[in-house]
Write a protein that binds this ligand. Structure first.
Ligand SMILES: NC(=O)C1=CN([C@@H]2O[C@H](COP(=O)(O)OP(=O)(O)OC[C@H]3O[C@@H](n4cnc5c(N)ncnc54)[C@H](O)[C@@H]3O)[C@@H](O)[C@H]2O)C=CC1
Ligand SMILES: C[N+](C)(C)CCCC(=O)O
Length: 501
């Protein structure tokens, strides 16, 4: 069954059900509660509808995953590695098709979507590489006795994803999960249900057992059934803080480990000795990828007063040049936001910022492209806010849109105090030519991912995750293995048993 009548032109894609994936095939949920529409952000057009899954469908997916887990968890790391490498190869081969789908469903530029797909297959390659190296330890004990540890899979893991990086988030969760020998049930955001089904098909084609990777479509209710299911061993979640809290509460009832990748309001600190062009490029990278809908964005841009004017002038000039429009066109660098309510929410933050005394230095208003088919798309001009203060809403809350707040500072001590004065702790960045200062500053930042003289690069070899209310657990890197496996200790007696009794 094709997904859709695929053409790489905006405004033409038609979605075809089913979008659930169970036991190695696309399938309609047995107890679909209701249907919801999927929009194309670039045009505002409805591309089709799909069914939300109920409790029975969730249970069938869990049963299917349990059966596959029995087979997969018995395989050696090298055997799993070969399958994951094949999946990575297929993703590379279908890169353009997947990136096109991602662009159509999310609204981000095709230029960026290709990078997302590259990071996705690299993640599979990386964990394929580690799969054969997953091992325990041998520990010598007195009298020839010894112990060893086994790093074992957890069982059926649930992945719940956000809409900003639909395919990539699914890979960041499934690659380490499968490498460690687990099965996974994935629930994408109902706003972006499509590309993960391609991933499921690719896994099957690459040779994973039927049922090892299932897709259950739906929203909060479906997610709850997944988190509450007694045969689910782990939940890995990417999304907002309020939902993260609910996930943790539900998981607590079953003592299920959770990984939470939540939001942020990260600081980017630019000292006056920075190379200005790099600092400006870094600030643009920190704020405007995927229309600003990125959890680790450095949206609080602290600029040392001596260079405030020069930096601001250059950042505004460059922001105004960002090409907005049809996300499938090669030269577009900013597409459409995810939905109409989200666009309105982002614009609302800008209105409030003005009321609170911030100055709009550029952008911040809806953008209507000339192309008539894009008239109802969710576009806005990227915004730079000046005259910001730490107590403003735009500086305190995650906007999740293309809005940069510039905040002047004078000293290192002062800026660190202000940078850390937030409940979030996902990322942070510093630009300076003083190497001692660079390392001193990142050591003091309360954030899980720090950048020196760059921002928002994300090689899959690096652990990714937050401090404070931005969550815990890590995705990517060797650390990722710990969150999808458990340690068994085996104590071996070589002598006789000396009983106390
Ligand atoms: N850390 C990150 O990478 C990301 C963080 N976010 C944050 O999330 C916000 C909005 O994104 P949304 O997708 O609307 O986030 P959300 O937290 O509402 O939804 C994320 C996922 O959780 C599911 N979900 C919602 N309620 C649930 C429940 N009670 N039980 C189980 N699953 C549930 C959703 O269907 C979706 O798949 C952004 O403004 C941003 O703050 C969003 C994307 C990425
Ligand atoms: C790829 N990167 C680093 C720009 C963002 C990934 C995190 C997210 O899901 O928002």
């Amino acid at each position: 069954l094709p997904f859709a009548t695929m053409s790489s032109k905006t405004g033409t894609f038609l979605l075809q059900q089913p979008l659930n994936y169970r036991a190695g095939a696309r399938i309609q949920p047995v107890d679909g509660s209701h249907s919801e529409e999927v929009n194309e952000p670039a045009t505002g057009r409805v591309m089709g509808k799909f069914l939300f899954s109920g409790e029975k469908e969730v249970d069938l997916a869990v049963q299917s995953a349990k059966a596959a887990f029995k087979i997969w968890s018995q395989k050696s790391g090298m055997e799993r590695s070969r399958v994951l490498l094949e999946a990575a190869r297929i993703i590379r081969e279908r890169r353009e098709e997947i990136a096109t789908m991602e662009t159509i469903n999310n609204g981000k530029s095709i230029f960026e979507a290709r990078v997302d797909i590259d990071i996705s297959w690299q993640c599979l390659e990386y964990y394929a590489g580690l799969a054969g190296a997953i091992a325990g330890q041998h520990i010598q004990l007195p009298g020839g006795s010894f112990a060893y540890t086994r790093r074992e899979a957890l069982g059926v893991c649930v992945g719940i994803g956000a809409w900003n990086y639909p395919f990539q988030i699914a890979c960041w969760k499934s690659a380490p999960a499968l490498a460690c020998g687990n099965a996974m049930i994935y629930k994408p955001s109902p706003l972006t249900p499509i590309s993960v089904v391609m991933l499921a098909e690719i896994f099957t084609q690459a040779g994973v057992p039927n049922g090892l990777f299932n897709v259950v479509q739906g929203g909060a209710a479906t997610g709850q059934f997944l988190c509450q299911h007694q045969d689910v061993s782990k939940v890995s979640f990417t999304g907002s803080v309020p939902t993260g809290i609910k996930i943790m509460e539900m998981s607590a009832k079953g003592i299920k480990p959770v990984t939470l990748e939540l939001g942020g309001k990260s600081p980017l600190i630019i000292f006056s000795d920075s190379i200005l062009e790099n600092a400006v490029n870094g600030a643009l990278m920190a704020n405007f990828l995927t229309q600003g809908e990125v959890c680790c964005n450095g949206t609080r841009v602290f600029v040392q007063r001596e260079i405030l004017e020069a930096f601001t002038k250059e950042v505004v000039k460059r922001t105004q040049k960002i090409k907005i429009g049809d996300p499938l066109l090669e030269d577009t660098r900013m597409g459409a936001l995810i939905s109409c309510p989200h666009l309105e929410r982002v614009l609302g933050f800008i209105t409030q910022a003005k009321e609170q005394g911030a100055k709009v230095l550029c952008g911040g208003e809806p953008y209507v492209p000339d192309d008539p088919k894009l008239k109802n798309g969710y576009y806005m001009r990227p915004c730079v806010l000046g005259d910001c203060r730490d107590d403003m809403t735009c500086v305190k809350e995650e906007i999740f849109g293309p809005v940069m707040s510039i905040l002047p500072f004078d000293t290192e001590e002062e800026v660190l105090e202000r940078a850390n004065n937030t409940t979030f702790g996902l990322a942070g960045g510093v630009f300076t030519r003083d190497i001692q200062r660079a390392h001193r500053v990142v050591a003091a930042l309360q954030a899980g991912i720090c950048f020196i003289n760059n921002y928002n690069v994300s090689p899959v070899e690096l652990p990714f995750g937050g401090y404070k209310m931005s969550g815990f657990g890590r995705e990517n890197g060797q650390a990722g293995i710990e969150y999808y496996s458990q340690l068994k200790t085996v104590c071996v007696e070589m002598g006789d048993v000396e009983s106390v009794f």
